[in-house]
Ligand binder design. Structure first.
Ligand code: AMP
Length: 398
């Protein structure tokens, strides 16, 4: 039977599906949005027409409708041979992807306290898929797993030890699937063995994080206990002084509201007071909107600071890598960031930088740069498909 791999990514109000063949080429993708709201809808990629799911449609219903639609269009002739699920938090339990069974389901549930907005919906997606495809091997691929190689000095916060021992307060890191893909792809482009390749990987999308990868292993990363820490992002603040909570309480703003504002009204949106979208922000900066220009400058400066911080975890640097919607597409962000890093010896070639867009990987450093700088389009779905395929064939061999 021809191998096909289904990737399932459940967000709080969305469900994304991607179907790959045995050569890991994408065959189809589909998306459901606004789930559990009055106007939930779904769409198969390439279709003009959206499918209305009816009011308050759940993840289960969206999956059922999308699978039926894929079958109707002959895009999924038979059940997939393996299924991979994105799961946000694997805590300290999961150092790598895992084949789903009852124990794995319970362990994901136990990690839900660390990601209350994400793990329960990830679980809902897994349960719906188990029902839809009984007997098909399914794998959970964790955003946190790649970072389980962080040394203690990088994952411990300087807070009372009891917080870690009793409640697991530590740095976990996220975007692990994307950063691990960067490690593999950078090694391929540089023609080096992955286990002897050290990079700094900057994943810049709506969420942003940066990771130091030493000889193929994550050794430091900017996101922490939650995906709020680190770089400035679309709507998230990244690092702030924790004293902010007490200060704002004195102004009558309670912790819950500060938390919401730091997650939803900060970052590029908060600084520009206009948009969280980097493309729109660049256009509005070009039209003279000063806060948009400031937002871009803060974003790039803080990113550059973190590149410097990540150097502390490496004994060699084979490349600095940009990825994610912003990292892959915004020559301006790359240029403004590298401009802060001249003392460390980073220099860009303006033509190479300008010519890199989506779907093309390559070098953008100039001849006098001390380190290579790469742009690499990320492909988290492909990593999840590969992991599902690997675990399913390992199971079939035993
Ligand atoms: P992601 O979450 O990876 O899809 O990335 C979303 C971010 O990428 C948004 O801020 C977009 O504005 C940004 N982005 C996408 N295309 C471009 C572009 N051509 N120039 C600048 N930013 C872009």
């Amino acid at each position: 039977m021809e191998e096909t791999l289904l990737v399932v990514n459940c967000g709080s109000s969305s469900l994304k599906l991607a179907l790959f063949d045995g050569q890991q080429r994408k065959l189809a993708s589909a998306l459901a949005e606004r789930l559990n709201q009055s106007d939930a809808f779904a769409r198969i990629e390439g279709d003009k027409q959206a499918i209305h799911l009816g009011p308050d449609a759940s993840h289960e219903r969206a999956l059922e409708v999308l699978v039926a639609a894929l079958r109707e269009r002959n895009l999924m002739a038979s059940d997939p041979t393996a299924i991979g699920h994105r799961v946000v938090h694997g805590g300290e339990t999961f150092r790598e992807a895992a084949l789903i069974d009852d124990d794995v389901l319970s362990a994901i549930d136990e990690c839900a306290g660390l990601a209350p907005l994400h793990n329960p919906v990830n679980l809902a997606g897994i349960r719906a898929t188990l029902e839809q495809f009984p007997g098909v091997p399914q794998a959970a691929v964790f955003d946190t797993a790649f970072h389980q190689t962080l040394p203690e000095h990088a994952y411990l916060y300087a807070v009372p030890g009891k917080w870690y021992r009793e409640w697991g307060v530590r740095r976990y890191g996220f975007h692990g699937t994307s950063h691990s893909f960067m490690a593999t792809e950078a090694a391929r482009i540089l023609d080096r063995p992955p286990e002897q390749t050290s990079i700094i990987s900057a994943h810049l999308g709506n969420g942003c994080s940066i990771t130091a990868i030493r000889d193929g292993c994550s050794v430091d990363t900017s996101m922490g206990l939650t995906p709020l820490e680190g770089l400035a992002m679309g709507t998230r603040s990244g690092d702030v002084d924790p004293g902010l909570f007490d200060f704002l309480r004195s102004k009558g703003i309670e912790a819950e509201e500060v938390h919401r504002s730091l997650n939803q009204q900060s970052g590029l949106l908060g600084l520009s007071e206009k948009t969280n979208d980097m493309r729109t922000l660049c256009e509005s900066a070009d039209q003279g909107h000063a806060p948009s220009r400031t937002a871009i400058e803060v974003f790039c400066f803080r990113l550059a600071r973190y590149v410097g911080a990540m150097m502390a975890s490496l004994d060699r640097l084979d490349a600095l890598v940009f990825t994610g919607g912003i990292g892959e597409n915004s020559a301006r962000v790359r240029e403004r960031t590298i401009a802060h890093l001249q003392l460390l010896g980073f220099h860009l070639d303006a033509n190479r930088n300008d010519s890199h867009g989506k779907s093309s990987s390559g070098h953008i450093e100039s001849a006098n740069s001390r380190f290579p700088v790469l742009v690499i389009p990320t492909n988290e779905e492909l990593v999840i498909a590969r992991e599902a395929s690997r675990l399913a064939s390992a199971r079939n061999k035993t």
